[in-house]
Design a binder for this molecule. Sequence first.
Ligand SMILES: [Zn+2]
Length: 514
Amino acid sequence: MRRFLTGVAVVTMGFFGAQALTLRANERPAAKGPNEDGTKPALVKIAGEGMMGSHALQFLTELSDDVGSRVTGSPAERKAEEWGVAKMKAIGLENVHTEKYTIWKGWTRGSAEAELLTPVRHKLHVDAMGWTGSTPAGGVEGDVVAVNMFDMENEIKNVARLKGKVVLVTMKGKPNKEFIQLFAQFGDFLKAAGPAGAIAVIGGQGGSKSAGMNLTHTGILGFNAEFAVPVLSMTAEDQGQLERYLERGLTPRARFNVQNTFTNGPVETANVVGEIRGRENAEQILVVGGHLDSWDLAQGTTDNGSGTATVLGAAEAIAHSGQRPRRTIRFVLFTGEEQGLDGSFAYVKQHQAEMANHLGNLVLDAGQGAVKGFQMGGREDLVEVFHPFADSLANFTKMTVDDKVESGTDTLPFSMAGLPGINMLQDTADYKFTHHSAADALEAQKPEVLTQNATIMALAAFWIADRPERFAAPWPVERTAKMLVAQHEDGMLKAFGLWPKEFAEAEKKDQVPK
Ligand SMILES: [Zn+2]
């Protein structure tokens, strides 16, 4: 829309001269920042609390060391919920409570042992991907054979050849489809490989190499996706060696013993919620969130303990500053993020009736790095509105503002609801190593960066909720669907069956005959 308006202005000037352009520019009031809209004195107090009185590092230390890893639906995750409730109450938030929902199934990691038997003998470093199955008790051995991620169609057809084999997923040649389509097909392949008798699939990274030295990275292989065949993440070093053997025409033989357990049915989990109620329009709500659940190879510090501590640190800074925003800020620690954004999808569903009163959500979930920008989650109309606020943070760093949708975290369900699912962009180069790995521990988080991020989140949340004009209201379905298509998010949503009926209908109505 901004680009379109710029075009109009140029044409207008061509016909009517500069005066018409001035009038047009005057019609739209210039966006105001903290210096002009009256929010600055409160923000100064909040910044002071955030930088001088923060307990964000203490929150992160407790979560990492006393709660530890917290897979959605597990006893440890329930403990994390109780911890979150206690912290919110201690900070002084109002209406602190949990909002229960269920996920389709629970999963517990057991052991994952692997050994290369020939051509040389040594331990292979592997970990199971979440919500994948087990080998027979005691383990099995078999020859290692390669399948090509870039040709999943044929691999599915030829799945019978994998009986009694260890499958190594590789990338050969050029992909014959977009990666997201291949990834969806990879799910079909895994569904077929189990019944075909494959022992295990080394394919947690979908054929690419695991980042870092001697690190594995667990995770889920789709939205709420489970597979009976054990799927493993293997270190780059071990995987590279297997690939070299296969390329030379050798047939390595390996033994795998992988044990995991699924629950028989759905398991309960809950989002943790607390508020700072608005002083004027309390019914209007900005959600500020991060996800409380984690994977289980380490302490879950950076994914997303950092986000959790940032949210709690932001809540603390505002609550202790004594400043009350015009509208309500609702702090939500989501669970189920790692299984497919289940907590934030559940939130949007459970709060359907009041979504029209929401202003959006603000999320931090890219690990340990410093905040360097804000993504407006599809709302191009808000980029200009947000800019003066972002500019007011120049003493931290020069912040970027764009309209991109972040579909990899709890912003997506809000963007799909037509609201700004605002993602806090981070300068976070090391996250690729700590993400879902055994290195996701407190050592990775610099305290000063955490404190600063929590302060920035507090400032952004308060400014959005307190500015005189309402920041945003939901877009209609048609406009939201169009935006998601324009941002190429529809391919992924369609491939995983997440494209809502209303969006499909809106698309049909809009179809222009060619
Ligand atoms: Zn995360």
